[in-house]
Design a protein around this ligand. Sequence first.
Ligand code: FAD
Length: 267
Amino acid sequence: MKNHKIAVLVKQVIDTRHTEQYSLGANGTVDRNALPAIINPEDLNALEQAIRLKEKFGNAEIIAISMGPQRAAEALKEAMYRGADSAVLVSDRRVAGADTLATSYALSLAVRKVGADIVLAGRQTIDGDTAHVGPQTAQALGIPQVTYAEDIAVENENTITVKRRLDNGFETVRTSLPALVTVTCTSAKCRPCNAKRLLRYRKADITVWSADDLGGDVMRFGLAGSPTQVIKSEQIVNEAKGSVRLTSSTEDIARLVNQLITNHSIE
Ligand code: FAD
């Protein structure tokens, strides 16, 4: 089999799952510096799929790619301790302020530059939460995309089949390579950091690419390449207006069902 290159997109995020441990500012904003920075959870699922693919192909290289500040190199190091063979950090003031479109454009150039024929990403991040970046990166690369992957099988060196999670079941999709696959949190958990890899990669350099290294159109990077405009942001606090105590009587159940139909919770 040929030597496949598998790129895994890794975003460093603040651990928004544990904001309750940290005080929120008076305006409701989270103190980012007080929160631990972690690899976005679904990116770890994507990394595990990459490691499994490497085992199935028998011959492959895993390259973790991130775009972010210098600190994001920590996330890439962790990816190497867990199974990535090398890592690239795209970091440059000119790519800062990017919306999801400009982020995807920059990442697509990095993927092209490493020459990956399989790109794996998390389905969604826990901070931005848009689930845009995987599909938009595939679009920018002009390659097929398969989302919501639960498991990936190798059919032959140019074809994979992906088991996709749907609302009420699974779907199996075959795609030729190159392709981009986004992976969900219900797929296999990522293996932990490996002591031997930690010793081997502790002092390894992470390749850092600037906007110039990526090439491409500078007007599509960062703020300049971001069509999204934030008009206003508001903090919304959900408050219960009151409560109704229901019994298991037929009348109360009928009342509840009527209410759910009226507010369109059920049809
Ligand atoms: P999703 O689409 O939910 O991510 C899906 C998957 O894509 C992830 O699981 C991961 O595998 C991959 N992925 C996503 N982002 C990256 C990445 N950076 N590197 C590698 N893989 C990735 N953010 C800032 O930090 N600084 C800013 O100045 C800034 N300015 C912004 C300005 C605007 C107008 C807008 C709309 C957003 C801005 N953002 C900024 C947020 C930034 O656009 C998003 O963090 C980024 O595009 C990723 O989007 P997401 O978190 O929704 O990812």
